[in-house]
Design a protein around this ligand. Structure first.
Ligand code: SF4
Length: 381
């Protein structure tokens, strides 16, 4: 039986999406097929839309699942964690590989997820990561598998991860100065990160994207140097505006280095031009694309020019909580449902329902804005 002919297909698509639809509805089919094309989902004999999608009440459909594999990290970045670290989640609260795979299967097979991005904490700290990636790669339809990492330990593992099925990688690097790296991360590991980036390039995990957060008075003067290094190395650099997710609650809008400032700093040294194809290409991609001598440079204006209206993301924490937004204040406990013996259908129902409270945007500029209780390291980037 094809997915589109299952008996529970139905619901009324369009305005006030409820998460169910009849396959064949032009708008939702197009959204799903576009997301598959973006994710590079190919090679299926006949790719049909899932019966249900993760739709919210604002006309958006989530196809990009970000999965935090652990809340643990081997760095202590000042904008993410206090120097002493955070209380780690007990092991029995973290989903096992089998539990996680079951949720991912429901997401991919029944709910239209086309990309799975593995995050942390630091995902390389997850035991059996290579096996987990290989098992995700066996899901049908096969999702694109991406990972966001700090790069420590990647030098020895990039090849095996690529072989297991990892398609893309984003590596965080805010500075090329060893002392600034130590100040920012409270660890002396810059050479490990640079070696990890080289290994990712050698393993063909291209384009290797490098994410940089600039902090005023700490590393913001390094923007042009980072661009020159990215061009030399052959990575795609993306500057990201810092967001209020630090557990110390030290973020301030006034001190944040804005996308416009970043652009000006880079343009003062390099011939930075807007990528003419950017507007047509953007879709739900967060980065505004520029070029320096033909080399792509991204700037992600998460705060000053939010892209929430095109959001296609949903998150799953390592303890099995669905978060419909990075800044969600509520979570939906799929772990309890799964461990309580629920069917795949019941899990899918709960996941679909969790999307309906997704707010239109992060609301950082709203006076009533509250940071999420869960720290960034336990949500995943
Ligand atoms: S802040 Fe929330 S709504 Fe906005 S892009 Fe991020 S996850 Fe999507």
């Amino acid at each position: 039986m094809s997915r589109s002919s299952r008996p529970d297909a139905g619901g009324s698509p369009g305005e006030g999406l409820t998460g169910s639809y009849t396959s064949g509805t032009p708008r939702l089919d197009r959204v799903y097929q576009d997301s598959q094309a973006r994710a590079g989902v190919t090679g299926q004999p006949e790719v049909t839309s899932p019966i249900r999608v993760l739709a919210d009440r604002h006309g958006r459909i989530a196809t990009d699942l970000r999965v935090s594999l652990t809340d643990r990290c081997n760095l202590r970045c000042s904008y993410c964690m206090p120097a002493e670290g955070l209380p780690w989640m007990p092991h029995d609260e973290v989903l096992s590989n089998d539990e996680l795979l079951r949720l991912l299967r429901v997401g991919v097979r029944d709910l239209g997820i086309t990309t799975i991005r593995l995050t942390g904490g630091e995902p390389l700290l997850r035991p059996d990561l290579t096996t987990l990636i290989a098992r995700i790669a066996e899901l049908n339809p096969r999702p694109q598998i991406a990972m966001t990492t700090n790069g420590i330990g990647l030098a020895a593992r990039a090849g095996e991860l690529a072989e297991a099925g990892l398609n893309r990688i984003n590596i965080s690097l805010d500075t090329l100065n060893p002392d600034t790296f130590t100040t920012l991360t409270r660890r002396r590991r810059l050479p490990d990160v640079l070696a990890g980036i080289d290994a990712a390039l050698a393993a063909g995990l291209t384009p290797v994207k490098v994410n940089s957060v600039l902090l005023r008075g700490v590393n913001d003067h390094e923007a042009p140097d980072l661009v020159a290094w990215a061009i030399r190395t052959g990575v795609q650099l993306r500057f990201i505006e810092q967001m209020p997710l630090d557990p110390q609650k030290g973020w301030s809008r006034d001190r944040m280095v804005t996308a416009d400032e970043i652009r000006e700093r880079v343009a003062a040294v390099h011939p930075l031009v807007a990528d003419p194809a950017d507007a047509a290409r953007r879709g739900s991609a967060p980065a505004e694309l520029y070029r320096v001598d033909g080399h792509p440079i991204g700037i992600i204006a998460s705060v000053t020019r939010p892209f929430c209206g095109d959001c296609d993301r949903v998150r799953l924490t390592s303890d099995g909580q669905v978060r419909n937004c990075l800044f969600a204040r509520e979570e939906s406990d799929l772990r309890a449902t799964l461990r309580g013996g629920a069917s795949d259908r019941q899990i899918a129902d709960q996941w679909v329902a969790a999307m309906l409270t997704k707010r239109p945007g992060h609301g950082i500029d709203d006076p009533t804005f509250l940071q999420p209780d869960r720290p960034m390291s336990a949500i995943g980037g």
